[in-house]
Write a protein that binds this ligand. Structure first.
Ligand SMILES: [Zn+2]
Ligand SMILES: [Zn+2]
Length: 143
């Protein structure tokens, strides 16, 4: 893995808030001043092809990136734009809740849920960053 790819991957692993390529670029730039947006796109593509990162798409919004390789769905907050991982309650990845056409075999499942995150539902003012890191998350600002 090249240094730049490693950095892009680290950025995705640090905050699991599903950033877009431009958001990854802004975070990576803080650590490696010379990195370009094109390089970030290339790294994201390579990481996705390597199966280390999943591309998350909703409608025509820019793609977001997720390093969580466990089976999960995505919850999109219509209030603040936060994207959160939703783990299936059952071990088969949630397939039990669906009537799959008989004889078919599901290889991959992408479930998108829309609604209001905990904070938006409670009517709290907040930024996407705080919503994504969660109110109970430990303070990670100290390096
Ligand atoms: Zn929200
Ligand atoms: Zn995810």
């Amino acid at each position: 893995m090249t240094r730049q790819r490693r950095l892009v991957y680290d950025v995705l692993l640090r905050d699991l808030d599903h950033p877009t390529a431009s958001e990854v670029f802004l975070r990576a730039k803080d650590q490696l001043a010379g990195i370009s947006l094109a390089t970030v796109y290339n790294c994201l593509e390579t990481l996705t092809e390597a199966g280390l990162v999943k591309q998350v798409n909703l409608d025509r919004e820019p793609s977001r990136y997720c390093p969580n390789l466990n089976e999960h769905a995505h919850f999109f907050c219509m209030g603040c734009g936060a994207v959160e991982d939703v783990a299936p309650a059952s071990r088969d990845g949630g397939l039990q809740g669906w009537c799959i056409p008989s004889g078919s075999r599901v290889e991959k499942m992408e479930v998108a849920m829309r609604g209001l995150c905990r904070r938006c539902a409670a009517g709290e003012e907040h930024s996407v960053e705080t919503a994504a890191s969660g109110a109970s998350a430990p303070d990670r600002s100290a390096n």
